[in-house]
Ligand binder design. Structure first.
Ligand code: PLP
Length: 413
């Protein structure tokens, strides 16, 4: 097995994550669950402490110094997200609670008022429930039909799988940028181009993509892009809906209240422009500042070296799991950072428990992707997922734990 490459200083990265300093069940922590949520670097913890401990005030309201700092910090975070997404217009960035809320906002605020009986929503079997259940709800409310794109057993998703199902009735294509189970990177740009050609919009779930692949809205050509901060080393409870300005303007606000109005009269109110009309109430101010810090921290890593480092971890874990008799689920070329597998005769939850006792944190189950599990005829999988801080020793601990599980579950002679 190859050691960590010298071009990427993983020890320096690890030293920035206080959570990694602990032991779990007396063992060195091998955190291999970043696809569920990433650990947070000190820079993000510092930003949260400053937001709550020094610059604490509400935004867009008072004129006092602390309120000025909080408002400027909140809007600077919006501008930082815009830069991360490669867009010039910061007002096209709406803060939400996370990916799920962002996708629901499009479903409720854009799709439900627009779609009609007979319209079609195209979506893949591999989608996370967050990019699936909201479209079921739209279909239920409007009479639109869900058209499913099957997922091949090898987990390779081809643009044609989507393009051949597009037609005059297709109004919306919902797809993930990166699969949380298979690690497959979807050909979003090609699919979005095809969707546009038939007059459909494209909604992209970027939850798993943002920590691993470049995300540029112009290159992707989608209409909406959703992600949360917490898989990108940022805080929980804050996320983003990016939209083309004309699409965002079409969203009917789903929440009324403070912050989103310009004039309120007894019978009716007038709303502010986007993004504020879609951010009713006091937002997660500290979260936005934490997201800003996370994006700065992440941008400080050499991106090519980081991606190569994560690919190395994925490759060595894949080889190791297969050598132990595990079946790897998902073999798309260029897959990123998530290794799903099954070990014959050992339930993924049992694997998770045995590994936990070895200090190894993985996830076992259906990964909020039940239609995918159905399609692959699996009850669930074990999933090890990788982030900037995972080193060679983490993978070695995973493989030692799997060996132990195999020994425990070996049929008695
Ligand atoms: N979409 C995918 C592909 C995910 O993996 C997840 C989280 O696991 C989500 C959506 C939900 O994201 P959030 O926690 O930001 O709502």
């Amino acid at each position: 097995m190859r050691p960590d490459a010298p071009s990427y200083d993983v020890a320096t990265v690890r030293a920035q994550f206080p959570a990694l300093a602990q032991t779990v069940h007396g063992k060195r922590l091998a955190y291999l669950d970043s696809a569920a949520t990433a650990l947070k670097p000190q820079a993000v913890l510092n930003a949260l402490a400053t937001a709550y401990g020094r610059d604490m005030a509400n935004v867009h309201r008072a004129v006092h110094e602390l309120a000025r700092r909080a408002t400027e910090g909140y809007e600077a975070a919006r501008a930082r997200v815009a830069r991360f997404l490669g867009v010039a217009d910061a007002s096209s960035v709406v803060f939400t609670r996370g990916t799920t809320e962002a996708l629901n906002l499009v479903a409720r605020g854009w799709a439900t008022p627009r779609l009609r009986e007979g319209d079609e929503i195209l979506l893949g079997e591999l989608e996370h429930h967050s990019n699936l259940v909201p479209w079921q709800m739209v279909a239920e409310a409007t009479g639109a039909r869900l058209v499913w794109v099957p997922v091949p057993v090898d987990g390779v998703v081809r643009a044609e799988d989507y393009l051949e199902r597009l037609g005059a009735r297709t109004k919306l294509v919902a797809l993930t940028h990166v699969s949380n189970v298979l690690g497959t990177v979807l050909p979003v740009a090609e699919i979005a181009r095809g969707a546009r050609a038939v007059g459909a919009i494209t909604v992209v779930d970027g939850a798993q993509a943002v920590p691993h692949v470049p995300v540029d809205m112009t290159a992707l050509g989608c209409d909406f892009y959703a992600f949360g901060a917490h898989k990108l080393y940022g805080p929980t409870g804050i996320g983003v809906l990016w939209g083309r300005r004309e699409r965002l303007d079409e969203i009917v606000p789903q929440q009324g209240g403070g912050e989103m109005i310009s004039i309120v009269e007894r019978e009716a109110s007038r709303f502010k422009e986007v993004p504020h009309r879609l951010e009713a109430g006091t937002p997660h101010i500290a979260g936005a500042l934490g997201l800003h810090a996370a994006l700065d921290w992440y941008a400080g890593l050499d991106q090519a070296a980081l991606h190569a480092h994560e690919a190395r971890r994925l490759a060595e874990a894949t080889v190791g799991v297969e050598a132990l008799g595990g079946r790897v689920i998902g073999a798309a070329p260029g897959k990123v950072a998530a290794l799903s597998f099954v070990m014959e005769g050992i339930h993924p939850h049992d694997l998770g428990t045995i590994l936990d006792h070895e200090g190894v944190a993985i996830r076992g189950g259906h990964h909020c992707a039940e239609p995918l599990m159905d399609a692959l005829d699996l009850e669930g999988t074990a999933r090890a997922s990788f982030g900037a801080y995972n080193d060679h020793e983490d993978v070695a601990a995973l493989l030692r734990g799997l060996e132990r599980a195999r020994a425990l579950f070996a049929p008695s002679p």
